[in-house]
Ligand binder design. Sequence first.
Ligand SMILES: Nc1ncnc2c1ncn2[C@@H]1O[C@H](COP(=O)(O)OP(=O)(O)O)[C@@H](O)[C@H]1O
Ligand SMILES: [Mg+2]
Length: 226
Amino acid sequence: MNNPVLVLNSVSKYFENAGETLKILDDLNLEVFQSTKNMIYGESGCGKSTLLNIIGGLDTPTSGTIKAGKYQIEQMDETALTQYRSVFLGLVFQFHYLLKDFTALENVMLPAYMTGMKKKQAVERAKTLLQDVKLENRMNHYPAQMSGGERQRVAVARALVNNPALVLADEPTGNLDPSNAETVRDILFSVVSQYNNTLILVTHDQGISSYADNCYRLQQGKLILQ
Ligand SMILES: Nc1ncnc2c1ncn2[C@@H]1O[C@H](COP(=O)(O)OP(=O)(O)O)[C@@H](O)[C@H]1O
Ligand SMILES: [Mg+2]
């Protein structure tokens, strides 16, 4: 088998709350292999965002180790983490976080341009991705001129613009009605498959498990393979 893209070894995250210790992640282990689509299902408040934030270097574990590609996450400083996020990761959240004064095309090309791609190339790459997410007719529209589903599709295109090894999606369809949620989900899985990216998607919606290669349940701080 090829080397894993991501290895979590005995990761714990505790929060102190009113003198009580909440064990959100408890000695959790995970191996994720290249080009697989992984879904983590769990009830609201079980620690899904905490787990993705730790993998994304946005939060730190209480204990344990996280290795993503060549990066040993828990040992890295903020500068190294910023570099890791911009070259290794693509992030999609429940909220789109698009820049409101920039068009869809500009929002998608910016992460590529800011990490050193020539402007012309970044524009071409962004156009291709916007076609992939079926927004070729919306390239010059601003976020306010698009629907919630379209904005999330722009966010998916932006997450993939640097061809990240690992895409982390935190309830990317959580703010959408069922029909738009299905469209965005189909598009996310299809572009990730097309470019052979590795995906970890967390959700409280069990309905999408049939799309994933591996499906886990996060319960009592541990991942259980379904
Ligand atoms: N900074 C924090 N301090 C204390 N408790 C927190 C903090 N962040 C998250 N929690 C708690 O950790 C639990 C898991 O939160 P979260 O990872 O956001 O869950 P999910 O994404 O699965 O809904 C929740 O009970 C939440 O209240
Ligand atoms: Mg969450």
